[in-house]
Design a protein around this ligand. Structure first.
Ligand code: NDP
Ligand code: MG
Length: 400
């Protein structure tokens, strides 16, 4: 059995904690490094249990807080060798430099990128350069920098596997298939909690309404993105880069039960689909072990005797304007996907904080896109500069 040492960037989040559930199930997985933004309390628990040698807390004051707390948990830890003392054995770092250090940590062979937002770009690039195996959950990174990331993966001989369930499904459907035979990718979407709503019904949605996803339990930002269907727009761009398929050959199909995770149509008309219960443990596991599969004994399996139906429909691009805008941003390319994404990140954070209304999310993205002059084939600096401008634009536009 191959053993794997993980560095988990975003270990306190939904994907990060589910990755740690897999570590609990498999003695061949262990943890070399962890990173989060500020959740010191959960990091302390994770340090006690998984005994990493490096921890990054992005916010510096929170890293200082963690350092002060480490001696307090020292006595309570027993390890195989009986010698893990976090105050001595666990280095604490912070900021982007720290996040990059966790991404390149020599003890780790596999990096799970499960931070939320385009903050993932630089650590992902660093992990690729360090030739790590990368399990990538963070879609914003590919949306903004996929044109840099995918060639770099090839050039460095790194390996990058998707965690996002739709992309994992497509990846699995493509195993053993010739690239030239792919006619289109069929990206499924649940349609979120507001499927079938009119524009008028979306006017007064509150954060607590949008945070209720019918099928998936996820972090707050992606749950809001699912409700606006902006998540699906980001996934179209993610698929475009991952599988090198033009945007107009990626079709979004509403499949409300979230049983079919995505499909591929081939030139002879055959369609392959990947199905399963809506659980992220399966795609996370596949990203860690592919092309192998491990048993997930505790997971509920799809029971066709209980399945009453799988239905399909076409997304309403007028009501879900964000999906339309994202597809347009993807077709335009250059810095436009970054502007779409950064404006969305800024607007979603403001909506969650109760500062703007729900319809202001797509409205401010559209205004930011209209105001932007595209830079073609941007490098990392140009991407980050487009991000800063788009965020400032939205703050100004929404009077934040
Ligand atoms: P969560 O909000 O649950 O978790 C985000 C994680 O990122 C937390 O650990 C958070 O730390 C950490 N983080 C945020 N900012 C920083 C930073 N600046 N430096 C270091 N760590 C940071 O998000 P999810 O797990 O839901 O999503 C993570 C990514 O995976 C997203 O890109 C999402 O689109 C994608 N994804 C998620 C799915 C899901 O089912 N959840 C499905 C498919 C894709 P802290 O807790 O300290 O704030
Ligand atoms: Mg998804």
């Amino acid at each position: 059995m191959i053993s794997r040492m993980l560095s988990i960037l975003g270990s306190t989040g939904s994907i990060g904690t589910q990755t740690l559930q897999l570590v609990d199930l498999d003695p061949s997985l262990s943890v070399a490094a962890l990173a989060a933004c500020s959740n010191v309390e959960l990091l302390l628990e994770q340090i006690r249990k998984y005994q990493p040698k490096l921890v990054c807390v992005y916010r510096e004051e929170k890293a200082e807080e963690l350092k002060k707390l480490l001696p307090g948990i020292s006595g309570s830890i027993s390890s195989a060798g009986g010698t893990y003392d976090p105050a001595r054995d666990c280095k604490v770092v912070s900021g982007m430099e720290g996040l990059i250090e966790a991404a390149c940590f020599p003890d780790a062979d596999t990096v799970v990128v499960s931070v939320v937002g385009m903050i993932g770009i630089q650590p992902t690039i660093a992990a690729i350069r360090a030739k790590k195996k990368i399990a990538l959950a963070n879609k914003e990174t590919l949306v903004c920098a996929g044109h840099l990331i995918m060639p770099l993966v090839k050039e460095c001989g790194a390996e990058l596997l998707p965690v996002d369930s739709e992309h994992s499904a497509i990846f699995q459907c493509l195993v053993g298939e010739p690239e030239a035979a792919v006619e289109k990718l069929l990206l499924t979407a649940s349609g979120g909690p507001f499927r079938g709503y009119t524009k008028e019904q979306l006017q007064n949605i509150r954060p607590e309404d949008a945070l209720k996803h019918p099928n998936w339990s996820m972090g707050a930002k992606i749950t809001i993105d699912s409700s606006t269907m902006i998540n699906k727009a980001l996934e179209v761009m993610e698929a475009h880069h991952l599988f090198q398929v033009p945007i107009d050959k990626i079709e979004v199909v509403i499949q409300p039960q979230s049983i079919i995770h995505s499909m591929v149509q081939f030139c002879d008309g055959a369609v392959k689909a990947q199905l399963g219960v809506p659980s992220m443990l399966i795609p996370i596991e596949y990203a860690l072990y592919a092309p192998d599969r491990r048993a997930l004994p505790a997971e509920e399996k799809l029971d066709f005797k209980k399945l009453t139906g799988i239905s399909f429909s076409v997304p309403d691009l007028e009501v879900f304007r964000g999906l339309y805008l994202g597809i347009e941003a993807g077709k335009r390319g250059g810095t436009m996907p970054t502007v779409f994404n950064a404006a969305n990140e800024e607007a979603v954070a403001a909506f969650l904080a109760g500062k703007i209304r729900y319809p202001a999310i797509p409205e401010s993205i559209e205004a930011a896109m209209k105001a932007h002059t595209v830079t073609e084939n941007p490098d990392v600096e140009e991407i980050l500069s487009a991000e800063r401008d788009a965020r400032a634009f939205v703050r100004d536009y929404c009077a934040l």
